[in-house]
Design a protein around this ligand. Structure first.
Ligand SMILES: Cc1ncc(C[n+]2csc(CCOP(=O)(O)OP(=O)(O)O)c2C)c(N)n1
Ligand SMILES: [Mg+2]
Length: 258
C-alpha cells in the first residue's frame, strides 16, 4: 500500500510546505490512502483547490491532474470540468476560508444541485496562510489576528449548512483519528452526488499560539478531547455535548461510527 501511495505523489516536491504540527499533511495522507484502498487510478481523477495552505494539499503534491484556482472559486472550476467530462472523479480539497467564506455561495449551490463531486474542507478554524485572520469557522471566544480579544461571532456548522442546502453525503472527522477519516473519505469518494467532509485540522502556527495551545502535541490533544461521535453524543446530556465537535456521518453514511 505504501509503495502505491509513493507512486501517487510528486516525490521531487517533498517535503511539504506545511508547518510542524499542521494537520493538512495527515489529511493529505488519508486522501491518498483512501484512493489507493479504493483501487482508483489518479488518471481518472481531477483535484481542484482554491488558495490557502490547504489548497497546496493536492497541488503540487499529487501526481495527477490538479487545478490550483482562484480564492473561493474551486467549486466553480470543478463544476465546469465535471460538466465537460462527466467521467472524471472530481475532488475539491481546500480550506475553510476558501470553501465556506469567499466560496460559500458556490458551496451551497453545488450542494443544492447535488453536483457529483467530493468536497473535502480542511477546516483549521482560521485563515492560516494569510496571517491568522478570523474565519467563518472560528469558534466563539477564540483569538485570531483580527479578533485579539476573542471572536464574538458564531461560526458556521459546515455540515448543517451543506445538509440544509441539499448535500447527499455529509460527514465530519478530525485528523487525530486517521483511520475513521480514511474510511469516511472512501465513502465520500464513491458516493454518487454531492459529498462533503468537514475535516478538523489543527493550525498550531496561527491558531494554537494565540489560544494557549503552545505545541502541536497540545493542539492534537485538545482536538481529540473536543471531538465526540454522534453515537456517543446520544448517551450524553445537552450540557455535556455543548462546546464539543460532533463527528461522524450525518447524511448518507452510517451515523456516528468511530
Ligand atoms: C480574492 C482574494 N481575496 C483574498 C485573498 C487572500 N487569501 C489567500 S488564502 C486566504 C485564506 C486562506 O484560508 P483557508 O482557506 O482557511 O486556508 P488555510 O490557509 O487556513 O489552510 C486569503 C484570505 C486572495 N488570494 N484572493
Ligand atoms: Mg483555514
Amino acid at each position: 500500500m505504501n509503495e502505491k501511495i509513493y507512486q501517487m505523489i510528486n516525490q521531487q516536491v517533498f517535503p511539504t510546505p506545511f508547518c510542524p504540527g499542521c494537520g493538512h499533511g495527515i489529511l493529505m495522507n488519508a486522501i491518498l490512502r483512501a484512493i489507493a484502498e479504493l483501487e482508483m487510478e489518479m488518471k481518472d481523477m481531477l483535484f481542484v483547490s482554491g488558495i490557502g495552505c490547504a489548497a497546496w494539499i493536492a497541488s503540487p503534491h499529487f501526481k495527477a491532474d490538479t487545478l490550483h484556482t482562484l480564492h473561493g472559486r474551486a467549486i466553480a472550476y470543478a463544476t465546469g470540468a465535471k460538466l465537460y467530462n462527466s467521467k472524471l472523479k472530481v475532488m475539491i480539497v481546500s480550506g475553510d476560508g476558501d470553501i465556506s467564506a469567499i466560496g460559500g455561495n458556490h458551496l451551497i449551490h453545488a450542494a443544492r444541485r447535488n453536483m457529483d463531486m467530493t468536497v473535502v474542507c480542511a477546516n483549521n478554524g482560521i485563515y492560516g496562510m494569510t496571517g491568522g485572520q478570523v474565519a467563518s469557522t472560528t469558534p466563539i471566544g477564540s483569538r485570531t489576528s483580527t479578533t485579539p480579544k476573542g471572536n464574538q461571532e458564531p461560526p458556521f456548522d459546515l455540515c448543517k449548512l451543506v445538509e440544509a442546502a441539499g448535500a447527499t453525503f455529509v460527514a465530519r472527522q478530525p485528523v487525530v483519528t486517521p483511520i475513521p477519516l480514511t474510511r469516511t473519505l472512501k465513502k465520500a469518494i464513491v458516493h454518487k452526488g454531492f459529498s462533503f467532509v468537514d475535516v478538523l485540522s489543527p493550525c498550531p502556527t496561527q491558531f494554537g499560539r494565540r489560544n494557549a495551545l503552545r505545541s502541536p502535541y497540545e493542539m492534537l490533544e485538545a482536538l481529540k478531547k473536543t471531538c465526540i461521535t454522534v453515537t456517543k453524543a446520544k448517551t450524553m446530556s445537552p450540557d455535556e455535548v455543548k462546546g464539543k465537535s460532533l463527528v461522524g456521518e450525518f447524511v448518507g453514511g452510517k451515523g456516528g461510527e468511530e
